[in-house]
Design a protein around this ligand. Structure first.
Ligand code: 3HC
Length: 695
């Protein structure tokens, strides 16, 4: 049997062995259900069903993974037959037992294929899930209806609305799969298929689901909507899952399909698809395709503070040999305690096994002094954020480390060129700006100076891939991409305070916009002292005409550095943030001092002023060629700063909102707020010509 070929290879092959036939899907890289795969699968299942020699079927995949979902690249096109729900229904309707053999990932449409099979066997390392909400969708081929029939409503609500994949052992506990493979996956699936011959067929769609009482159900939907922070898919998915208890499969699937098609053409789904492909695209930097990265296996980290230990964990998790150095035993053992604590918590929560903990702890060595870094391929400094401290360290490292060792700085604001200039090897120096906590946050800014060698940048990108981080390559400027934009919109947020808003109102407006936390709450979490030091550093060069709000300075002078001191923009009681009348008084006093009459400021105004500040600064970053593409800014903002992914990042969203209204807002701000707020040339030019960031 053959169906439309990919350069001579059939994307679906039927091997009609008796009594168990094998249907093999072979559509690299991830066996997505493209039109050719759907057509091939339907033809194969029909042929197997009608062939009297065949008594059972195994569906398996070539390569590293089971089907990882529908082909997302087809989403912008008119859907072509056969549609996935029809193919999947045909699998379930097959009169002979069908068993899914799952390795790698069975995601989205892939998981839906597995759900419709009459039994499922998976490798222990495999994972299954319905991540459609992460693409602004609901499962569209029976996932919302079949999953609850296998695992119950509560577990299905959790999995479908969170989009979280589960590993095979958990899937087994939940009832999502029937067996773990003990060695040869295909053999195990064949064996199970043979056992099922002659048994009554276990069709998932024919099972019933225990309902939830109405009150619990609506409370759950409300909670899911709240947690989604403006993303519409999770709430819709929840409603569909609940239908499984009340509607026959086909009726539930019809409702599911309707919602799926509606969301597929929604702005949110377009934005989330942009985010999905963007995360992968940033890895490919024009001009670096053919540059060979340097081999890295041994990594040294200078500084065992929060950043240093987080970076060490990130590398140990990815299988590197790590050594942390400090200047004193005390600092070293504090760092070691930090590392151990993170792994202890991961074991306690079941995220890693005690054996994995052991392995990772062993991968991290500790030493006093930089002389123990001589065998390292890469050394990253995570010491105090002070230019002279870092330059002195790099001078020292340069003197002792062999040529070719890459020297990286984790600075978040400082001029990497000046740090590189302290060495005799500026070509080997690069910024690797991790975000805190470094073992959790996905974003990595790779900062190249004019002197950084191309293979050092390529090494940064290759490292990011191994660390499972999302890298954005940028050039030097104060704060690079993310912190530079953050400083700008934080400044605008402070203007809003002086004009009449209070910190909790600004935060609430931006949380309603979709940020997980508003800027003042974030500031309290990160610590106000870091920015205070930066403001003091920049004070001598600040334009005296610039509008400057000193409320944050006053908070710092009062020792209010945020959560860690129990007070900052808010006060904290038992970890809960509370509005602090002392801050309100400080804000009001500041307005008075400036002669500003306070007024009520709407959430709308707060959101649009902050968005305009972000877009304008982003355009300046593009104008100055700090990054190559608008995508780089969007990825930084989504992955490092909580810009809602369902908006696709500030520049993707600006295209949708229209550049004219944003420019008008920027011009108004420039008139009010003075130097620093002038419209970016790229914004003015694009608005005038009608050009978009994403043509
Ligand atoms: N459709 C089209 N292309 C896909 C794809 C998909 N579903 N999934 C991955 N790809 C592409 C990637 O874009 C990438 O292409 P590139 O090499 O040109 O950049 C390539 O496959 C490899 O992907 P990754 O780099 O992500 O490889 P990893 O090994 O790191 O991860 C993965 C593999 C876990 C499968 C990850 O790619 C992933 O999460 N994919 C998306 C899965 C998903 O969301 N599925 C649901 C789709 S919606 C759906 O099924 C609707 C249904 O209900 C009707």
């Amino acid at each position: 049997m053959t169906v439309a070929s990919r350069e001579g290879v059939d994307p679906v092959r039927l091997n009609s062995t008796s009594p168990v036939a094998l249907i093999e899907i072979d559509n690299p890289p991830v066996n997505a259900t493209s039109q050719a795969v759907r057509a091939g699968l339907l033809a194969a299942i029909r042929e197997a069903d009608s062939d009297p020699r065949i008594e059972a079927v195994v569906i398996a995949c070539a390569g590293k993974t089971f089907v990882a979902g529908a082909d997302i690249r087809e989403f912008g096109q008119v859907p072509r037959e056969p549609h996935l729900p029809d193919v999947i229904n045909a699998i379930e309707a097959c009169s002979k037992p069908v068993v899914a053999a799952i390795q790698g990932t069975a995601l989205g449409g892939g998981c839906e294929i597995a759900l419709a099979c009459h039994a499922r066997v998976a490798e222990p390392g495999a994972s299954l899930g319905l991540p459609e909400v992460k693409l602004g969708l609901v499962p569209g081929a029976g996932g919302t209806q079949r999953l609850p029939r296998l695992v119950g409503l509560e577990a299905a609500l959790d999995l479908v609305t969170g989009g979280r994949p589960v590993r095979a052992p958990e899937a087994l506990r939940l009832g999502l799969i029937d067996r773990l493979s003990s060695g040869d996956l295909r053999q195990d699936a064949m064996a199970l298929a043979r056992e099922l011959i002659g048994q009554p067929l276990r069709r998932t769609g024919e099972r019933s689901v225990a309902p939830l009482d109405a009150e619990t159900a609506s409370a759950k939907v409300a909670e899911i909507r709240k947690k989604a922070r403006g993303a519409e898919a999770p709430g819709k998915a929840a409603e569909l899952v609940l239908l499984a208890a009340n509607l026959p499969l086909q009726d539930g699937m019809a409702r599911e399909r309707e919602t799926f098609l509606e969301l597929r053409s929604s702005a949110q789904s377009a934005a989330l698809r942009h985010a999905f492909f963007g995360e992968r695209e940033v890895m490919r930097l024009p001009g670096l395709d053919s540059v060979e990265p340097r081999p890295i296996q041994k990594v040294g980290i200078v500084g065992a503070g929060t950043m240093g230990s987080g970076i060490a964990i990130a590398f140990a998790d990815a299988g590197f040999d790590v050594r942390i150095v400090e200047t004193s035993e005390q600092a070293l053992s504090a760092g070691q305690a930090r590392v151990t604590d993170v792994y202890d918590k991961q074991v306690a929560s079941g995220r890693i096994t005690p054996a994995a903990q052991d392995e990772r702890l062993k991968a991290i060595g500790y030493a006093i002094g930089t002389s123990s870094l001589l065998d390292r391929d890469l050394v990253i400094e995570a010491v105090f954020e002070d230019l002279e401290v870092k330059r002195a360290l790099f001078r020292d490292l340069d003197a002792i480390l062999p040529p070719g060792t890459i020297l990286a700085t984790n600075t978040s604001y400082l001029d990497v060129s000046l740090i590189a200039a302290a060495t005799s090897r500026p070509a080997d120096v690069v910024g690797l700006h991790f975000f805190s906590p470094a073992h959790v946050m996905k974003l990595l800014e790779i900062v190249r100076t004019d002197a950084t060698a191309a293979d050092v940048v390529a090494t940064g990108l290759a490292l990011a891939k191994r660390l499972r981080k999302i890298p954005v390559v940028c050039r030097v400027c104060d704060g690079f991409v993310g912190n530079r934009i953050l400083s700008r919109y934080r400044q605008q947020a402070e203007y809003l305070l002086e004009e009449g808003a209070l910190p909790h109102e600004v935060d609430a407006a931006l949380e309603a916009f979709g940020f997980p936390m508003g800027p003042f709450a974030v500031s309290d979490l990160a610590g106000l002292d870091i920015n205070w030091a930066r403001r003091k550093r920049l004070a001598p060069t600040r334009d005296p005409r610039e509008r400057y709000v000193d409320i944050a300075d006053r908070l710092c002078e009062a020792g209010r550095f945020g959560r860690k001191t129990g007070a900052g923009w808010y006060r904290y009681e038992d970890g809960k943030r509370e509005i602090d009348p002392a801050v309100t008084a400080l804000v009001e006093e500041s307005s008075q001092r400036r002669g500003l009459t306070r007024r009520a400021i709407s959430a709308d105004e707060i959101q649009s002023r902050i968005r305009a500040a972000i877009v304008n600064e982003a355009c300046k970053i593009l104008d100055e060629r700090i990054v190559e593409r608008p995508l780089d800014v969007d990825v930084v903002m989504m992955h490092g700063y909580g810009y809602p992914a369902w908006r696709g990042g500030p520049l993707f969203e600006a295209d949708r909102v229209g550049l004219q209204p944003i420019l008008a807002q920027v011009k108004e701000r420039a008139a009010q707020d003075g130097p620093g707020w002038e419209p970016a040339k790229g914004l003015v030019d694009r608005a005038a010509s009608g050009a978009k960031f994403y043509p």
